[in-house]
Design a protein around this ligand. Structure first.
Ligand code: MN
Length: 248
């Protein structure tokens, strides 16, 4: 047992760093500790394949409705919970509470987290796409990630989002203070995508086309549930069809 808090563990801007001989500065330890994977269909890992960093925003009806904003960095998804969701109005600052790193495969998770589990409720992928640090367009992913980690560590991310709903420049700034050490603010920059129109009225999943309500009624069709069922009954009957290889 080497994970006891000590000299190798510290908080900075609301997230936990584990510095050890064989550990990267960020890990999924907290994510895994909070969940029982025989009881939730949520993903456990995953390896980034894209040539650009990705972002995802999930709408999550848990005990309170919120939006989870996730940015790929160093193989995981840095994550913030935004109670009121993102806004495209530059005069609006949205509180974003930093939460534990999520695995890369969370990017296309939608479905039902069963009652009794952490974050129990319904999840849809509200928006996804690629993103980069402002001024880093056309650079390598490696150099983008170095810059992103520098900005994250400084508590001042300036990014360009290429989503299906959200587009253009955003700032994600650590504030701390009375809202707590994990408090950040998401703010739209003034650019051609800035708008006072409520972007949250676009309420369908960009993956399945389902709203949260529809997803709650049709969980059998979702990514997580299918995987869970396959895993639960591996050798019951031989499959009539040959296994289909996923194009990579
Ligand atoms: Mn959530």
């Amino acid at each position: 047992m080497t994970s006891a808090p000590g000299n190798n563990t510290f908080f900075r801007h609301g997230f936990l760093y584990n510095i050890g001989e064989n550990q990267a500065p960020m890990s999924l330890t907290t994510y895994h500790k909070k969940r029982s994977f025989d009881q939730t269909p949520e993903p456990q890992g995953g390896t980034p394949k894209g040539e650009l960093p990705i972002f995802v925003i999930q709408q999550h009806q848990a005990s309170h409705l919120h939006y989870d904003f996730r940015l790929e960095m160093e193989g995981v998804l840095k994550s913030w919970a935004i109670p009121k969701g993102p806004s495209t109005d530059p005069t609006v600052k949205r509180l974003a509470m930093m939460v534990e790193d999520h695995p890369y495969d969370y990017k296309d998770f939608e479905g039902i987290i069963p009652t009794g589990n952490y974050g129990a409720g319904t999840v849809i992928v509200w928006d996804t796409g690629t993103y980069e640090p402002i001024g880093w367009e056309g650079q390598t992913k490696k150099s983008m990630e170095e810059e992103l980690l520098r900005e994250l560590s400084a508590g001042d991310l300036k990014i360009v989002i290429h989503g299906q709903k959200l587009k253009g420049e955003f700032a994600l700034v650590h504030t701390g203070g009375k809202m707590g050490e994990k408090a950040w603010l998401l703010i739209k920059h003034r650019d051609k995508y800035a708008s006072e129109t409520d972007i949250l009225k676009k309420d369908k999943s960009v993956l399945s086309g389902k709203t949260l309500e529809k997803m709650a009624k049709a969980p059998e069709e979702v990514y997580g549930e299918k995987k869970q069922r396959k895993a639960a009954a591996p050798a019951k009957k031989p499959s009539a069809k040959p296994p289909v290889k996923k194009p990579s």
